[in-house]
Write a protein that binds this ligand. Structure first.
Ligand code: BGC
Length: 801
């Protein structure tokens, strides 16, 4: 691995690492993405090409462990990559073998991801034992300005021979969802009704549709080769369409094959028929050099909006994270009806589902692409009726958002999951993570504060916020003995704990994270009710049938929800303090990596439910969502004292009892520890940074990147280390740079002000507002107010930095 700031290079070919590299070299534009697979190699253990379009799901029924289960998956679409080749030397009897990195003739291989330009370049060299060398440079892109287009350019250079290169460039519809070994027993055939065809101009195509959701997918390809003089024909089969051509080569005269592909689906807007659309798109596509140039320009434009100047290796990794976040959620997303897929559009883990991970993603996007955040909130708003229905079916009022969401907003969480360690299919209760509703409400509020989009807050935002508040109110029962409201039968962010050890029902009582965030939602809902303009308030209250008494009840709840404590620290849930202590050292000694403690214990016939051991930050999530003063304020409102000592003791308690089985955990720990200025913050920050590039969770990145953690690291710099909050129409700053990251710069968009540059050092803050800004920006640095006028820079020393 070499280390220039804007490129990631993987030297050599290693079949063991291939799937990980495919995931990390995925190219996408928010609308669709394609894994960085080798187009000349057949699908197999080392190669898993995958193309996924945002929001293209399909539902299938499988039978596992004697039960019928239904799953909705993000569909692996027809593969547009295939491009294989072999040499036809003029002085040989016939063609050589089809070449690929797995062939013994391979003498060199390199793959470079260019983040600035948004391209992947694969360089391979071969030698045939008779002194004939072939080098192939394949460059590809998924177009950031023309979101229906993808391009491959392969350049063949001959040394020691002359003749032709034979190329087969295909569209392969014979694909299934087989990217995740754990899902092996589940149905995986999502496509049907294939058709292929070609036209006189050499353009060829493939059309099929998803089995149950009935989404038509069409791909059309155009091939251009230089120099001319070879042969070309189209070979059509039931599920594949190929163009087979020969191109003359000589030493010193490389041959070029350009493949341009258009992908359309029946979910596209303003298009009725995907196939004619794909044919038209590919026919009117300019030549590859022009497509490359317009693609580069689109990326340049994006990078200008997300300037993140962090020196060294950390900066390089953060840039990769920006790259993958923007390939999953780009300005094109603003025109789609999609949510935040937890694993990007990079693989099949978690089936492309949408969890609470947007909590880690929207705060980053809010300060760069608020229109994208808005679209992601619209996705939730369109599924508000489904969430209301779910609440009603559970006998409650309001909106119960699903823990895992897909196409239509129903609960998509699997009811059974496989423990690969024991081979057992086990009940899955993670759908009890109703806290996802608070995450949506939190994002509504954050989005509004950062963007100033009051029109949204007062309409769709209000509906979601009030309906989530109402759901919490309907979920809380008064306990006369405790004189508190309690929310029972839930699962918190730590999904390893899904019930009490001997209980016959799943769920826990009084999860502190759930209750505090519920109180926060109720408080914000009441704030909103008070501040809505009269013209909006009345119709909204009427539509939601929201009475004065109901609001009174919310107020009561927001002051009297129960938060359990034990031995001077906040308890993760009621009874947590009575659970056994795990022998952490013993388990680490025995198993090494104990992130999947749930699987280890279950395979031993035990359960995490018996122990004070968490998968990921749960109570500590509170320190991630709320600034110290806001959190102390919330707890104070509920009648609890949360001073620095209690919070520090709480942080310490969970720090030693968490196995970080989710990549989100390191992000939250880095954030929380940095805010309390603990030296070990950097350990977690380093883990969060390397989570995907080093595949910290052991094999999971190959199945898709961890989008929440990637965006979380960006937000860690942007908001965590700057202490940035957007409230009361000002930018609030309270920098807490780490010694290892003591100098950095971020560019943000705040309300209507674009390109505000913040540069932070341990001893100084510099804020620049561009001349184009329409007004001065109000800032509060550690509480001290000042303004920065357009076209000026303010430098402020931090005396106690
Ligand atoms: C985590 C969840 C997360 C999900 C998707 C799980 O491993 O525990 O918090 O939402 O992954 O990223």
């Amino acid at each position: 691995m070499t280390a220039p700031a804007w490129t990631w290079t993987y030297e050599g070919y290693d079949p063991e690492e291939e799937r990980l590299r495919e995931a990390l070299c995925t190219l996408g534009n928010g609308r669709f993405a394609t894994r960085g697979a080798a187009p000349e190699a057949p699908r197999g253990p080392a190669h898993y090409p995958g193309t996924y379009a945002a929001g293209v799901y399909n539902r299938l029924t499988s039978t596992v462990a004697g039960r019928r289960v239904e799953n909705e998956d993000l569909v692996n679409l027809p593969d547009w990559l295939p491009l294989r080749y072999r040499i036809r030397p003029a002085d040989a009897d016939g063609p050589g073998p089809w070449l690929s990195p797995d062939h013994p003739q391979l003498t060199g291989h390199r793959r470079t991801l260019d983040l600035r330009r948004g391209t992947l370049t694969r360089w391979s060299s071969y030698e045939d034992g008779a002194g004939r060398r072939l080098t192939v440079t394949e460059r590809r892109l998924v177009h950031m300005a023309e979101p229906d287009l993808a391009v491959q350019r392969a350049v063949f250079t001959a040394e020691g021979w002359a003749g032709e290169v034979e190329v087969e460039a295909g569209l392969d519809g014979d694909v299934r969802n087989t990217g995740v070994a754990r899902y092996r027993e589940l149905a995986d055939t999502h496509l049907t009704d294939w058709e292929t065809g070609s036209a006189d101009d050499g353009v060829y195509w493939l059309r099929c549709r998803t089995v149950a959701s009935g989404i038509t997918v069409a791909l059309a390809a155009r091939i251009r080769a230089a120099p001319r003089g070879g042969t070309a024909r189209t070979a059509l089969a039931a599920r594949t369409a190929r163009r087979v051509l020969t191109v003359p080569v000589r030493p010193g005269t490389p041959a070029t094959v350009d493949k341009t592909v258009a992908l359309h689906t029946s979910r596209d807007r303003a298009r009725t028929a995907p196939l004619p659309a794909a044919l038209e798109t590919v026919r009117r596509a300019p030549a590859v050099p022009r497509l490359l140039a317009s693609h580069h320009r689109a990326w340049q434009h994006l990078w200008r909006q997300v300037r993140l100047d962090v020196p060294g290796e950390a900066g390089r990794i953060l840039r990769l994270h920006v790259f993958h976040v923007l390939q999953t959620l780009s300005p094109h997303t603003a025109r789609l009806d999609v949510g935040v897929p937890a694993r990007g559009l990079h693989g099949e883990a978690y089936r492309g589902h949408v969890f609470w991970d947007e909590l880690f993603v929207l705060p980053f996007l809010n300060l760069h692409f608020p229109e994208v955040s808005r679209a992601l909130l619209d996705y939730r708003h369109r599924r508000l009726p489904a969430a209301r229905r779910a609440a009603r079916e559970a006998g409650r009022a309001g909106a119960m958002y699903p823990w895992q969401s897909g196409s239509d907003g129903r609960e998509e969480t699997q009811r059974l999951h496989l423990n690969p360690r024991s081979g057992r299919w086990l009940p899955d209760h993670s759908h009890l993570q109703h806290h996802v509703g608070s995450a949506i409400a939190y994002n509504v509020w954050q989005y509004w504060q950062a963007s100033g989009d009051t029109a949204f807050l007062h309409t769709k935002g209000a509906e979601m916020l009030l309906e989530v508040a109402r759901f919490w109110a309907a979920s809380a029962d008064w306990d006369p003995a405790l004189e508190r409201y309690r929310i029972r039968g839930v699962v918190g962010p730590d999904e390893y704990h899904d019930g009490y050890p001997e209980a016959d029902r799943p769920g826990l009582d009084d999860n502190a994270y759930t209750n505090v965030t519920a109180a926060w939602v109720l408080t914000r809902a009441l704030d909103l009710c008070r501040t809505l303009p009269e013209g909006r308030r009345r119709p909204l209250f009427e539509r939601l049938e929201l009475s004065h008494d109901e609001r009174q009840h919310w107020d009561d709840l927001a002051h009297r929800l129960y938060v359990p404590f034990h031995r001077g620290v906040i308890s993760q849930f009621a009874g947590y303090g009575q659970l056994a202590e795990l022998d952490w050292a013993g388990y680490r000694a025995r198993y090494g990596d104990i992130r999947r403690l749930d699987r280890i214990l279950e395979a031993e016939g035990d359960t995490v439910n018996r122990y004070q051991a968490s998968k990921q930050a749960d109570v500590l999530m509170l320190g991630y969502l709320f600034s110290p003063s806001e959190l102390a304020g919330m707890l104070g409102q509920l009648g609890y004292l949360l001073d620095d000592d209690v919070w520090r003791a709480t942080v310490d308690h969970y720090l030693h009892r968490t196995c970080h089985g989710s990549t989100l955990s390191a992000v939250v720990h880095a954030w929380v520890l940095a805010r309390v200025r603990r030296d070990d913050a950097w350990t977690y920050c380093a883990e969060a940074l390397t989570g995907d590039i080093a595949d910290v969770q052991g094999g999971t990145t190959a199945e898709g990147i961890h989008l929440g953690a990637m965006a979380g690291t960006l937000d860690f710099v942007q908001r965590g280390m700057t202490g940035l909050e957007t409230r009361e129409r000002a930018l609030w700053l309270d920098p807490a740079p780490l010694p290892q990251l003591s100098k950095f710069g971020v560019r943000i968009r705040y309300r209507r002000h674009r390109d505000i540059d913040l540069r932070i050092r341990t001893d100084r803050v510099r804020i620049t507002v561009p001349e184009s800004a329409h007004a001065a920006v109000r800032v509060r640095l550690r509480g001290r107010p000042f303004t920065v006028a357009p076209g000026t820079t303010r430098r402020i020393d931090l005396p106690d930095g």
